[in-house]
Design a protein around this ligand. Structure first.
Ligand SMILES: Cc1cc2nc3c(=O)[nH]c(=O)nc-3n(C[C@H](O)[C@H](O)[C@H](O)COP(=O)(O)O)c2cc1C
Length: 208
């Protein structure tokens, strides 16, 4: 099953364009496999609240590592409400073979809509081994190896570190369209061709 998430605040978006190219191709190659889609910007998941943290502490304290047992942590009406939000999100993640995320760079990092989703679905010592992540990103500048901005990339680095460090998933692919701001910022107009090249390469990779 492919779980496809988008997080850009805008509809005409490069991370959406790339994720949709990837999803189309993936689905065409596997017509029998399931597909679920979630637009985290249009229909944001709420931030976690206190009851969620109680579920989390219970799971940690009772050493519950089997996701199918998380429900045991629900003991109060407030926790039941919190669990109602978590359960369908988690069920999609558990069912997925590939989790595809359209994730723009916002302020060197990821959109808060995506972070809210990560906070909701992540519990202590939770493994997603056997799954893979694909992230289609877009950023205003260039953050590739050797660029002056490379150390400021907390978008790819955060997601890669988190998926590996917490979920134990090393099969993570990033496809970025860079220098998107060259389309609108007159000071970056001279980089427009490099942006177009980056976008074309990213679209080719996403469709592959
Ligand atoms: C709130 C916000 C913050 C942004 N922060 C950065 C940034 O830190 N670095 C950068 O290179 N581009 C930044 N950008 C530019 C976006 O990464 C760029 O427009 C990208 O194409 C957005 O993805 P989308 O096309 O999928 O909407 C920012 C844009 C927005 C709206």
């Amino acid at each position: 099953m492919l779980l496809h998430l988008d997080a850009s605040a805008r509809r005409t978006s490069f991370s959406r364009k790339l994720s949709s190219a990837y999803a189309e191709n993936w689905r065409a190659a596997r017509p029998e496999a399931g597909y679920a889609y979630r637009d985290l910007a249009a229909r944001p998941v709420p931030h976690i609240g206190e009851a969620w943290t109680e579920l989390c502490d219970h799971i940690l304290e009772h050493e519950i590592t089997d996701i199918s047992r998380y429900r045991e942590a629900v003991r109060t009406p407030a926790q039941e409400q919190a669990w109602k939000i978590v359960e369908p999100l988690l069920a999609e993640v558990v069912a997925a073979d590939v989790i595809l995320i359209g994730a723009p760079m916002y302020n060197y990092s990821i959109p808060s809509s995506l972070k809210a989703w990560i906070d909701q679905i992540t519990f202590p010592k939770m493994s997603l081994e056997g799954r893979s992540f694909v992230v289609t990103g877009a950023r205003g500048g260039a953050y590739g190896p050797g660029t002056p901005r490379e150390p400021y990339d907390h978008q790819e680095r955060y997601l890669r570190d988190f998926f590996k460090g917490h979920f134990r998933v090393e099969d993570v692919t990033f496809i970025h369209a860079e220098l998107v701001n060259a389309r609108v910022d007159p000071a970056l107009a001279h980089l427009r061709d490099r942006h177009e090249e980056s976008l074309a390469a990213a679209l080719r990779e996403a469709a592959r």
